[in-house]
Design a protein around this ligand. Structure first.
Ligand code: ADP
Ligand code: MG
Length: 398
């Protein structure tokens, strides 16, 4: 796949460069930013444009505001302030996405200066990829750089529509994500192991199916393993379990029937009657889960088995925590997998909001893994083999 990227021959000095970044940062109830990964990930693109003396106009969405409601908590002020503080790059933050003040600010923007427009999702036109809204946004740039991998699975105005009006390039982050994930799909070093966990099958089914045909081994944990345990004929008690997905689970397992050891589900689990910090836990074989208890983590034998397989792999992809890691009594599986994957010689690729949250929580830095994706849904769809609209616009000939 050839990607059109920003590069040294590109004339950027004095140009108005519209950059779609992914500043959709996690925040707590008080609007305090809890993780700055996505700021760090896109800083190289912004710094490069500043060094090239471009006039930089940043665009992003934040959260899910109700259409045309300017939810105070979802304004971009805190994001702009945090970015400026971390990287010592001043950002002028606008209170609108368009209008007189924005026009004026862009006219006055000097080479090497940066402004950030207000949350694009404050306008319902954004998600509809409305041509008029898109055109207005596009009118602020001479060229367009998309660096928002986290939004690449959506075809909205600010990340995809603008490409209809302006020469379009990938920022460094988008370029890196595309390259790493394409190599993973096309030329993985084998054995390739896919470790999947998390809450539900629904969001993971596409990627699971795709990797069944690609990976040498698929290791399943988390809430979605319960559906497979149930489909294998065991009682999962009071656990999270999508019984309506039983046939699907059976079909997937049947597809692997010729390959023993290719699709693994837990053989032992951690169970409890409640989800709490002081929960009393038991370790049980999957045959023995009583009716009134919940499966909340993978057990020690499963952890050991999964780690053995991981240690023999040349490439490991991990999405979704294998247990309810937010609570200490059910965190051991996730902790052990994170530790087992860290600092390996193997290629290790991680993604998913909760997966990334978990590795941080357990004290790992991103450097301990080959690639930590900034895309949750975007990474999953990319790994399903889908063409993402935000990727397509930087790979077409233009
Ligand atoms: P990611 O964001 O990494 O893709 P998901 O959103 O799919 O991951 O799932 C993460 C959630 O799954 C976490 O909140 C975690 O507590 C939950 N989870 C993991 N195992 C279980 C389980 N056995 N029962 C209930 N929830 C679980
Ligand atoms: Mg999640």
């Amino acid at each position: 796949m050839s990607i059109r990227t920003i590069h040294d021959q590109l004339e950027l000095k004095g140009k108005r460069v519209l950059v779609r970044v992914d500043f959709n940062l996690p925040m707590d109830e008080n609007g305090k930013i809890t993780d700055t990964t996505r700021l760090e990930a896109t800083e190289p693109t912004i710094r490069y444009l500043i060094q090239k003396e471009a006039r930089v106009i940043l665009l992003s969405h934040l959260g899910r505001p109700k259409p045309n409601e300017h939810d105070e908590r979802l304004k971009m002020d805190e994001v702009a302030k945090t970015f400026s503080q971390i990287f010592k790059i001043p950002i002028k933050k606008m209170d609108k996405c368009f209008g007189k003040e924005v026009d004026q600010a862009i006219t006055n923007l000097k080479n090497g200066e940066v402004i950030l427009l207000e949350n694009t999702r404050f306008h319902c036109e954004e998600e509809k990829n409305d041509p008029q809204f898109t055109k207005t946004l596009a009118s602020y740039g001479d060229l367009f750089v998309n660096d928002a991998f986290g939004a690449a699975h959506r075809a909205h105005s600010s990340n995809v529509g603008i490409a209809d009006f302006l020469p379009t390039y990938a920022g460094f982050l988008l370029e890196k994500e595309i390259k790493v994930l394409t190599a993973l799909l096309e030329t993985p070093e084998r054995p390739l192991v896919f470790l999947v966990g998390g809450a539900k099958i629904d969001t993971k089914i596409g990627v699971l199916e795709h990797f069944l045909g690609k990976a040498d081994t698929v290791l399943v944990g988390g809430g979605l393993a319960n559906t497979f345990i149930h489909a294998s004929g065991y009682d999962v008690g009071n656990s999270l379990c999508e019984k309506d997905k039983e046939n699907l689970a059976k079909r997937l397992m049947a597809e692997c029937v010729d390959f023993h050891e290719r699709f693994l589900i837990p053989t032992d689990v951690i169970v409890s009657d409640k989800i709490a910090e002081d929960a009393k836990t038991f370790t049980l074989a999957i045959e023995n889960v009583p009716k009134d208890l919940k499966i909340l983590d993978i057990g020690p034998k499963t952890i050991e088995k999964y780690l053995q397989i991981i240690q023999k792999a040349k490439t490991v992809v991990w999405n979704g925590p294998p247990g309810l890691y937010e609570f200490t009594p059910f965190a051991r599986g996730t902790k052990s997998i994170a530790k087992g994957l860290s600092n390996l010689q193997t290629t290790t690729i991680l993604g998913g909001g909760d997966t990334v949250d978990a590795i941080r929580k357990f004290g790992h830095s991103f450097k301990e893994f080959s690639h930590v994706s900034t895309g949750g849904g975007a990474m999953l769809e990319f790994l399903e083999g889908k063409e993402l609209p935000g990727v397509k616009i930087v790979t077409m000939a233009k």
